[in-house]
Write a protein that binds this ligand. Structure first.
Ligand code: NAD
Ligand code: UD1
Length: 335
């Protein structure tokens, strides 16, 4: 019996693959490598010393998925595959609707055909829109401000309907907050193509001298220092949350959402100062105007995940900043 990981060559998928293998699980990865590369698959093998089947294939292709299910006995699927760039999704909405929705629909159809009814889905805190209060609980109202977020919410609703129609189906819908950090070995991590949109990859590229200066988007928010506050979570803690979710869906049916966050909010300047301190590097920065669409504060109430999944984030902001740089300095130098 094996766990199929879609998008397993990507940032969160690769870290989850390592944790699953370390927990002695059999895994199979499907990834079309549209936002990753084969080296990432090799790196999972390098860290774990374990080989596993890898299919370079598209989750939108029913025939490819069927082949994987025919060739392997798949018990559970963790579905990471999808596009995730918020800005691009506003410019190319069809690309996002097509890939994120089609891949999920095809996957669920093939799962049904092969009698596989356990799924862990990667959703996002973006489905909470602009929350009225923090910390955010799973039962807060949902809304979205961009096509990427809308695909996540649409998929959540599709999965809810599938669970209603089929009592055997069990879905853990994980709403991630802001994953950063990298594996301790510095062998896998996040390396976006082009100029990064997200804070930590931008900071590491400034640290490496690839970009000159960090723009801090606004210091006039109602937060402790005026800059935006987020719930940054170490990607290894996040990956471990998937193991807990797998245990949960084994013993429960139906659709359940879980926040994967630390429950603590840090500002942009907190991140910057901690990164500088733990890595002993100065990061030049300037305050610029707010980024359209940004909210002031977003952090999770992770109580439900602690209670039902028996999971909580353990790694610190220092770990996140240290591990992000440990990976990025090698990756940038090697490019
Ligand atoms: P990523 O881009 O690093 O990984 C996604 C992987 O999926 C990539 O390797 C890509 O090549 C693959 N892929 C995309 N479409 C595919 C398809 N049709 N068929 C096969 N493979 C395909 O992204 P990530 O940061 O690892 O995110 C994983 C999931 O978590 C995504 O669904 C993302 O929306 C969600 N998420 C990410 C964040 C974040 O900040 N990274 C936050 C919330 C939710
Ligand atoms: C963004 C997405 C969100 C997605 C998440 C993870 C938007 C509006 N939101 O979240 O949907 O789930 O990424 O992929 O794009 N910042 C700077 N300078 C920078 C970059 C960021 O000051 O160069 C600030 C932002 O204003 C924010 C914080 O850093 O306050 C975090 O930004 P980012 O890493 O982009 O994550 P989110 O905006 O929380």
């Amino acid at each position: 019996m094996a766990i199929l990981i879609t998008g397993g060559a990507g940032f969160i998928g690769s870290h989850t693959a390592v944790e699953l293998i370390s927990a002695k699980k059999n895994i199979i990865i499907i990834d079309n490598l549209c936002n990753s590369n084969i080296q990432s698959v090799e790196n999972i093998r390098k860290i774990t010393g374990v080989d596993f089947p890898f299919y370079k294939a598209d989750c939108c292709c029913d025939a490819d998925l069927e082949k994987i299910f025919e060739e392997n006995e798949i018990q559970t699927v963790i579905h990471f595959a999808g596009f995730k760039a918020v800005g691009e999704s506003t410019q190319k909405p069809l690309k996002y609707y097509k890939n994120n929705l089609k891949s999920t629909l095809s996957l669920c159809e093939v799962m049904k055909k092969f009698g596989c009814s356990h799924l862990v889905f990667s959703s996002s805190a973006t489905v909470y829109g602009a929350p009225k209060t923090v910390p955010i609980k799973e039962d807060f109202p949902t809304s979205t401000t961009n096509p990427y977020g809308t695909t996540k919410l649409m998929i959540e609703n599709i999965l809810k309907d599938i669970c209603k129609a089929d009592p055997k189906f069990s879905v853990a819908c994980l709403r991630y907050f802001n994953p950063i950090g990298a594996h301790k070995t510095g062998i896998i991590g996040e390396m976006p193509n082009g100029i990064p949109n997200n804070l930590m990859p931008y900071i590491t590229q400034v640290a490496a001298g690839k970009l000159k200066i960090l723009s801090v988007f606004g210091n006039d928010y109602e937060t402790h220092d005026g800059t935006g506050v987020r719930d940054y979570i170490h990607v290894v803690d996040l990956a471990k949350g998937h193991l807990s979710a797998l245990k949960y869906i084994k013993n429960h049916s139906g659709f359940e959402t879980f926040n994967l966050g630390t429950g603590t909010g840090y500002s942009v300047l907190d991140i910057l100062k901690t990164f500088e301190r733990v890595n002993n590097i100065k990061i030049p920065y300037k305050i610029t105007k707010r980024r359209p669409g940004d909210i002031a504060i977003c952090y999770a109430d992770p109580t439900k995940s602690k209670k039902l999944l028996n999971w909580k984030a353990l790694l610190s902001l220092e770990d996140m900043c240290c591990d992000s740089w440990n990976f990025a300095k090698k990756a940038i130098a090697g490019k």
